[in-house]
Design a protein. Structure first.
Length: 196
């Protein structure tokens, strides 16, 4: 079994986070949490990279369509009138396209983070995907004001500043996608002996 101190995850500061000048704030929150940044680079992602970043399986796409439908129902928005369909797969494909566009319209920062339960810790630090549901004290809760219905009406992804891998499988896939072995740096932080 892998040592929990060595768990790794991926964080992407999305173009909206970069353009809002929140790179330093986000990095600071990661490090203050006791997590170690072991790879870091600003990039302008290609459409192919983002296409590989997001799952392509039908179950995931249909789930995405279900989220779009649920948002429209919650806010009494005429789904079929606006998008021409209420089919979850078709809605999911549209929403996935918005996600691709949402990570390619400007530069972003890719970060690999390591530490005790890094995946769960980073999800806690970034907060709920929907900014209106993110707790104050999280990155999204403190700095994002976007809403899913506004994003749906504009036919774009929710601008929620940052991405963090959801689970171990996703983290491993994203590590392989975004980082070459020579980009990863091993080092000891001064508090490693204190924290552990």
């Amino acid at each position: 079994m892998k040592n929990p101190k060595e768990e790794r995850t991926v964080v992407l500061i999305k173009p909206d986070g970069v353009k809002r000048g929140l790179i330093g704030e986000i990095i600071s929150r990661i490090e203050k949490r006791g997590l170690k940044i072991i790879a870091l680079e600003m990039i302008h992602a290609t459409r192919d990279q983002i296409n590989d970043h997001y799952p392509k399986d039908e179950k995931w796409i249909e789930r995405l369509g279900g989220k779009t439908k649920a948002t429209c129902e919650k806010y009494d928005y005429d789904l079929k009138k606006e998008y021409g369909t209420d089919d979850l797969m078709e809605l999911g494909k549209m929403a996935r396209e918005w996600l691709l566009e949402g990570l390619t319209w400007g530069p972003m920062v890719k970060i690999m983070v390591q530490g005790v339960h890094a995946i769960d810790m980073m999800r806690k630090v970034v907060g709920h995907t929907l900014p209106s549901m993110a707790e104050m004290g999280t990155i999204r809760g403190d700095f994002s004001v976007d809403s899913p219905i506004a994003a749906n009406r504009d036919k774009r992804s929710v601008r929620n500043l940052v991405h963090a891998s959801e689970n171990e499988e996703e983290a491993n896939n994203e590590i392989d996608l975004w980082f070459a072995p020579e980009e990863v740096h091993e080092y000891q932080r001064s508090e490693d002996g204190i924290v552990f």
